[in-house]
Write a protein that binds this ligand. Structure first.
Ligand SMILES: C[S@@+](CC[C@H](N)C(=O)[O-])C[C@H]1O[C@@H](n2cnc3c(N)ncnc32)[C@H](O)[C@@H]1O
Length: 495
């Protein structure tokens, strides 16, 4: 079979392959008779590292059980290269041990140990024809409920998850160990990978045993995501907390890892001999309408909806950006980072919301009775109508092309508890009144109707346990720092 697709071709540096061999005693198990399989072997680096490691240990080549090394690779020239390298470097022909297939269609076989580095690539970034070809596998390997939805939804699930599920289910012996280099989004991100964190395929379950998080250490050149090395064991269930090690200042520091709230949640990481964050935390009770939310999304039209200057002209009108006159009641102050450092926030940006106070976009008739607003929007009609995206597209199709996303009655709730959700390392919620609006994913908020309710929630959110919980998710400084999903888990809805 000739295949020259390039899907996630990044090879493991020898030094780190040997690190895994050493940490997990893979060499000893191999010497004691275990067969070893790399399901996506590239040009064979992990398997070659085993042989090299053995020789460095003083074991002679003819004592090494090389015929117990097995590998598979999709890309034909990598596969050929793996065969050549074994021949050239060690004079061994492994043609009969190596296969050149898509692992997803390779005939199953059982090996004692799996040692691999699967392709790391999001499903949505795969070639279209390949997505169509393999989407059903995500369903049959227990990663999505509905394969069609996967195709439509642009899911952020990683192909690595599927390769791991297939490897463990169809290529690993009973109670066997699997060691993989993986993108840590599989273990640490909310959303698409929670299904992976069931660690199960049909009736086969496996345990997450331990994680080595490489932290800031650059092991794979040109790879921006966070990655680690993990051990899984077939036919066991995970016992939390697991052993979690992180590379920091050239040291492997030891931590514990455990999902805090729901069993498939991302791992939270906390110190040895420490109790897990939120251990005795009482959920915050709130009505459904106080669900945490992201801010307003203009779908690429900030220049139309956001303003850098504002002067009120009279009771009903204002001048924005020094040139456009708009009805005052549709222009609101928009939070900026500086507001989080001030005792009394000063507006520096403003946003136009052509909405009713119930959070519905104005209809065409109402707009027609508001000439200043209508003429401003008409001036930008073609830009607003050409915005891309399924959700905004459906508003545009219905003729309401002045809509935004992330606007509803919640924008006009009497109080908001607001926090910076993106790129931060601290959690400092503030109580604001209804006029302040929140900008996309930069800030998030909980809408509330009464001041006493808002004050009580603020007090709860200021509990240091919450920042500790967020820090334990290892997302500080990233876009996922304190997005609504994380805070929502702390809430018990009472209606
Ligand atoms: C991250 S590289 C790792 C290679 C090797 N295990 C290593 O650590 O050096 C992943 C490899 O998987 C191969 N690959 C991608 N999709 C595959 C599939 N469906 N079946 C088999 N191999 C695949 C790629 O061609 C690439 O060589």
């Amino acid at each position: 079979m000739q295949n020259d697709h390039s899907i996630g071709v990044v090879f493991t540096p020898r030094e780190w392959a040997k690190f895994a061999i050493e940490e997990f005693s893979i060499f000893n198990d191999w010497m004691n008779g275990s067969s070893i399989f790399d399901p996506t072997m590239g040009s064979g680096d992990l398997l070659l590292a085993l042989v090299e490691y053995g020789i460095e240990q003083g074991v002679s080549l003819d004592q090494l059980p090389i015929k117990n090394l097995f590998g598979n690779e999709l890309k034909n020239n990598n596969y050929q290269k793996a065969i050549e390298r074994f021949k050239e470097e060690f004079g061994v022909d492994l043609t009969t041990n190596f296969t050149n297939y898509d692992l997803l269609t390779l005939k199953s076989a059982k090996y004692d140990i799996i040692f691999g580095n699967p392709p790391w690539i999001n499903f949505s970034d795969l070639p279209t024809h390949y997505k169509e070809e393999i989407k059903e596998k995500f369903h049959s390997y227990d990663l999505v409920e509905n394969a069609q939805k996967l195709l439509l939804g642009g899911s952020r699930i990683d192909l690595a998850a599927l390769i791991i599920q297939r490897s463990i289910n169809d290529f690993l012996s009973l109670n066997g160990n699997a060691y993989f280099f993986i993108p840590l989004s599989l273990l640490l991100n909310d959303g698409a990978h929670s299904s992976f964190r069931k660690y199960k395929i049909g009736t086969t379950s496996y345990a997450l045993k331990c994680v080595y998080d490489f932290g800031r250490k650059k092991i794979f050149k040109d790879v921006a995501t966070r990655y680690g090395l993990v051990q899984f064991k077939r036919d066991e269930s995970t016992t939390y907390p697991i052993d979690y090690r992180q590379f920091e200042d050239n040291l492997w520091n030891r931590y514990q890892g455990k999902p805090l709230i729901n069993i498939n949640d991302p791992l939270s990481i906390y110190g040895l001999n420490k109790t897990p964050p939120l251990d005795d935390f009482e959920p915050i009770e709130l009505p459904k309408h106080s669900t945490p939310r992201q801010g307003i999304n203009t779908c690429g039209a900030n220049s139309v909806f956001f303003f850098n200057s504002f002067v009120s002209i009279d009771q009903h009108t204002c001048l924005v950006n020094g040139k456009d006159i708009l009805p005052l009641k549709f222009v609101h102050p928009l939070l900026t980072a500086s507001n989080f450092k001030e005792k009394k926030p000063i507006a520096r940006k403003w946003v136009l919301l052509p909405y009713t106070s119930l959070g519905k976009p104005l209809n065409a008739e109402t707009l027609a009775t508001t000439p200043l607003l209508k003429s401003y929007l008409d001036k930008h009609k073609s830009k607003l109508q050409s915005r891309k995206g399924t959700m905004i597209g459906s508003w545009i199709k219905r003729g309401i092309w002045w809509s935004l996303l992330g606007v509803g009655s919640y924008n006009f709730a009497s109080y908001k508890i607001i926090w910076e959700a993106y790129g931060k390392i601290t959690f400092r919620p503030l109580l604001m009144n209804s006029k302040w609006q929140v900008n996309q994913a930069l800030q998030c908020y909980i809408p509330l109707n009464t001041k006493s309710e808002a004050k009580a929630v603020l007090l709860k959110l200021k509990d240091p346990k919450i920042e500790e919980y967020l820090l334990s998710m290892k997302m500080e400084g990233t876009m996922n720092w304190a997005q609504p999903g994380k805070i929502k888990k702390l809430i018990k809805f009472n209606d």
